[in-house]
Write a protein that binds this ligand. Sequence first.
Ligand code: MOS
Length: 781
Amino acid sequence: MRSINYSTIGKSLPRLDARQKVLGNPLFIDDVDFGGALFAVTLRSPKPRIRIKSINVKHALKVPGVVDIITARDIPGSGKWPMVINDYPFLADRQARFVGEAIALVVAATPQAANDALSRIVLSYKELPNVTDPLSAMTPESPKVFGKDNIFSKYVVKKGDINKGFKQAQVMVHGIYQTPYQVHAYIEPQGVIARPEPDGGVTVYGSMQCPYYVREAVSAMLGVSKNKVRIVQKTTGGGFGGKEDVPALVSSHAALAAWKTKKPVKLIYSREEDFDSMSKRHPGWVEISYGAKKDGTITACKTACILDGGAYSTLSPVVLWRSAVHAAGPYRIANVLINAYAVATNKVPCGAFRGFGQPQVNFANESLIDDLAVKLGMDPIDLRLKNALRIGDTTATGQKITESCGLVDALKAVRKASCWDKKQKRSRVTSKVSSFGAKLETLDVTPGIGVSANFYGVSLGARGKYLDRAGAYVQIDPDASVTVSVGMTEIGQGAKTVLAQIAAEMLNAPYENIHVMDVDTTRTPDSGPTVASRTTLMSGNAIVDACKLLRERIFKTASSALASPLRGEAARRAGGGDKENAVLAYNGKFKKGKKTVSFPDVIKECYAKRIKMAEEGWYCAPPTSFDMKTGHGNAYATYAYSANVAEVSVDTQTGEVKVDKITSAHDVGRAVNPNTLEGQVEGGVVQGLGYALTENLTVTNGKIENPDFADYVLPSINDIPQIKTIILEHAYSKGPYGAKGIAESPLIGPPPAITNAIYNACGVRVRSLPALPEKIYRPRS
Ligand code: MOS
């Protein structure tokens, strides 16, 4: 492959937003002040399921400074939040279905007055029968939270003949795996400010991932057209899916209060209230069986997956779809049967979280495949390599992989970089002798090493295809500064940096000249959500599209300035085409022979000639498909692939696990900014580490018992292992410069790699996360 000399693509340029963030300049939502804004707080359901008899606000309204108390009756438009299924009321009316569900809003001149009034509202209610366990919710006798059977959504994926597949098998393995809630732990809790506009519309500023989702909800709730609702994202300190759908609910509340009081209204959640009422990762129950031949060929995979959706469906139908598509693992398996269910319970609704339904199933399939390796007497990496998806293979949905598939590479890379072959054999399970030669039975702390593999459908895929498009607007001003607007948000992941690099490369503009705006829904067309590892691919391609015409004009102008005919694409590559006459473009300079013009000079010339220096771009994802009856189809346009090796030390006397090192390899198509990409991997690994070992949200009778960071334990700086990131580039022909996506996959692989390493260390198979010490310790007998 000929390597192309890019100016900015593939370079670890400094983050576009770094300087301002380090200086503390960006405005997070609670920093935004319009003067004269009112403050809202939320009355919430105290029980898992209640019939609301009355809301007595008499005493609350007497509190000085209280302006209004707002209930479902005040909603001028739709009472239900438009989502996949419209079952979630903006404010509970007759019934509330989970602890923390919003019932009323108190609006006051100060937060103190609002809270004081809140405590004086008298809510009369009758408790109703509820169900908080998803497996019970699926039984016929369960109270019904949703529909006739408490099932929000179900999918089946069938490939080949599952009975035949198990008949062909010489070895079978089976297991049931449980995964817990996970809390996003973004830096700032949910918060927005809504400002009423003179035309009857409203502007909402807030911490969010998906401004177009917010616009959809606010417009439906107020019953006003979308062109009167403007959503502006403010600096957002991480989203991880937690700022995906639910900011629409928070924004609708603030917008309702602003509309009714005709004043700007600020609504900022406390951390506890955020824990209680906002989305989480779905707890998962996964039962899975693999059948294989003695040589390791997997012949069958059967999986049943249940996600606990909570009281309203929100994004469960799409989260579950991702589980279903990926549940058999990243393997070539001829016979597959997957059944997946999202179940309603009287608990806080679960939704998007980095990985979006895949960590649950990946923990199951990657744990079980390790059991299969033990049963076959095969090395776990050899077993994965034997079955790993390669170009030409088909996935569980029957999708043929035609390009950009780096799974084999990723497995080989982590094997080599972690010195797997040496370390895997030292373990107790195979040798009972440590690397120091000591008998491990006599050691309290024993080392272990484990591997996992995964693939990740990039962008929305067939279940979200109508939203899978993106717009961009690029404007070059006379001083050669460039403004880029897209519909997808910077949420800490480095989107602005990567998108600026793509614009700079296309235009041959200096990177420093590019400014990427915060998202404002009046600036670019609806580009769908900032989710699903899709921003680089979708917004990147929209920018490429917007820059195409600009690039042509710039190069033509440069060419005539250098008195040389343009030689097309080849001309910009050093050594390409007709060297004598070619204009070389690199790092903001255009060159022919000894003559050079700079990007600003060319732009000045363009303006002198009155050439249009602004364009819009658009990108539509390639076609995808999914047959609801068979689960057959090209589920995603492309996949990212990764492999992880975890090295752990397990104290068998206390059950404590220390993760020493994670080696994480990713085929991302193209690394636009390797440094930023590495940051994504490191962040994902640490989030996966918390999911694997410590994050343990405890919910009793529908109530969260540890809604704070004192009792919900996140990994701290001391827990972070050595992380080795390996970037692999199997270019995707339809990606911007070959890029696919990286955001979510880094979280998915580490948990099963860690539990596989625990097994390797001490022979304990952890089948439910988090892998708390009490599940592992084995006192010396
Ligand atoms: Mo996401 S979990 O696709 O923000």
